[in-house]
Ligand binder design. Structure first.
Ligand SMILES: Cc1cc2nc3c(=O)[nH]c(=O)nc-3n(C[C@H](O)[C@H](O)[C@H](O)COP(=O)(O)OP(=O)(O)OC[C@H]3O[C@@H](n4cnc5c(N)ncnc54)[C@H](O)[C@@H]3O)c2cc1C
Length: 382
């Protein structure tokens, strides 16, 4: 059993990727901007800062290309954002089936399947159409390589301290720790952001964590691979369970309230699939866990302060269950806010609040649409 998708297709070498063997020598002491996290939010920020003349470092905790637990479907709104700001998505980062037609939802186990097109996740971009199927490791590696930022993988941000107009950051690479100074920090480090925790140590008390667990199989199931399946019946999930196909693999996921046992729910869901959807497992290829939060559904956003900005899921951005668009767009807004701040000398947060306003509204619009279609907000289940 492997615990990571082995990425074979993309693997572009970053132009400025640091040689980690010489970590102490090659990581500079000072950067203008440090972006924490190399997911879509980090890539959006790095792209917006490209060509600004600022010295940018992205630190990524995992070794790249890194596995990100996600259906990996590039919804039409993300496709549009990527095509406009990054260029055409290379075919070699897609997996099969390349096209995903939309969502098929079992509101209860007994109900007939409900088809929900990707239009429900469109917040006015007029981006109707189909989704692209990708492994996130490939997609994210390609996105981050489209900027002129230096990327240090296998390097984790630990904390920061303010010192005059600068921030002193502690970066760890395996057992080595190094201080790095910068003038701006963009926290793009996902749901349980350490940047957010450093800035607001008590913030996590205001959120509900939604642990998700995934098993990836080789085998077969009687569900059309060209759709993303959602199951909402309370017997198989605390919130929603999903099934999607990637190449010859079938991924099965369920998510629960933090007070419930995700593995217990998973067992019930798996039995349901074995009995009712013809799941036949040849081999369990990988297992993963991740945490979602209710921040976006509750409009409990956390955008940062002064020259420390939070973007993507670290800030709470999520359009229902779709997060690639929101993370790219909010990361991009954070990058642009830094550029504006450099020119005026005003804090970056002053610009970010304006630049991110459209994406906040988009999240709200999509949550409202999905609530109408599904009958309730799947992130706010009692
Ligand atoms: C089961 C599931 C299915 C989903 N399916 C879809 C889908 O099909 N389409 C879609 O659009 N969205 C989907 N989403 C949502 C989407 O995955 C997220 O919204 C999106 O990845 C958030 O992007 P981000 O850049 O904010 O964070 P992430 O993609 O989580 O990236 C954060 C990065 O920060 C790094 N990091 C964390 N802490 C540190 C640290 N201390 N130092 C350095 N680096 C750090 C992490 O390793 C990670 O690489 C799904 C989510 C889940 C859980």
């Amino acid at each position: 059993m492997r615990n990571q998708h082995e990425c074979g297709s993309v693997v572009k070498v970053f132009n400025q990727k640091l040689q980690m063997e010489g970590f102490q020598m090659t990581l500079k002491e000072k950067y203008d901007v440090v972006i924490v996290g190399s997911g879509p939010a980090g890539a959006g920020a790095a792209k917006a800062l490209s060509g600004s003349g600022l010295d940018i470092l992205v630190v990524e905790r995992q070794k790249m290309p890194r596995y990100k637990m996600c259906s990996g479907i590039v919804f039409p709104s993300s496709r549009k954002f990527i095509e406009e700001n990054f260029g055409e998505i290379p075919r070699d980062i897609m997996c099969t089936p390349e096209i995903i037609k939309g969502n098929r939802v079992f509101v209860t186990n007994e109900d007939p399947v409900l088809e929900v097109s990707f239009d429900a996740f469109d917040a006015g971009e007029d981006s109707a159409g189909e989704g692209f199927n990708t492994w996130r490791s490939d997609l994210d590696q390609w996105l981050i390589s489209q900027s002129d930022a230096a990327v240090a993988d296998d390097c984790s941000f630990e904390s920061f301290q303010k010192s005059g107009d600068e921030y002193q950051i502690q970066v760890n690479h395996r057992k080595t720790s190094k201080p790095v100074t910068c003038r701006y920090i963009i926290g793009a480090d996902g749901t349980l952001s350490r940047v957010r925790k450093t800035l607001y140590p008590d913030f996590n008390q205001s959120i509900v964590r939604i642990p998700n667990y995934e098993e990836i199989y080789t085998g077969t199931i009687e569900l059309d691979p060209g759709w993303l399946y959602l199951f909402m019946d309370r017997s198989v999930t605390g919130y929603f369970a999903t099934i999607f196909h990637k190449d010859d693999k079938i991924a099965v996921v369920t998510g629960v309230n933090e007070k419930e046992s995700v593995k217990e729910y998973f067992k019930v869901f798996k039995t349901h699939l074995l009995k009712n959807h013809g799941l036949q497992i040849k081999e369990t290829y990988a297992t993963h866990g991740i945490v979602l939060t209710d921040m976006s559904a509750q409009k409990n956003y956390c955008l940062g302060d002064a020259n420390v900005l939070l973007s993507g899921e670290a800030a709470g951005f999520l359009r229902g269950g779709e997060g690639i668009t929101s993370s790219l767009a909010s990361g991009y807004a954070a990058g642009k806010a830094v550029v504006e701040s450099e020119q005026s000398g005003k804090p970056a947060i002053d610009y970010y609040l304006d630049l991110a306003a459209d994406e906040l509204k988009a999240c709200e619009t999509v949550h409202a649409t999905l609530t109408e279609v599904m009958g309730y907000n799947v992130f706010m289940r009692p």
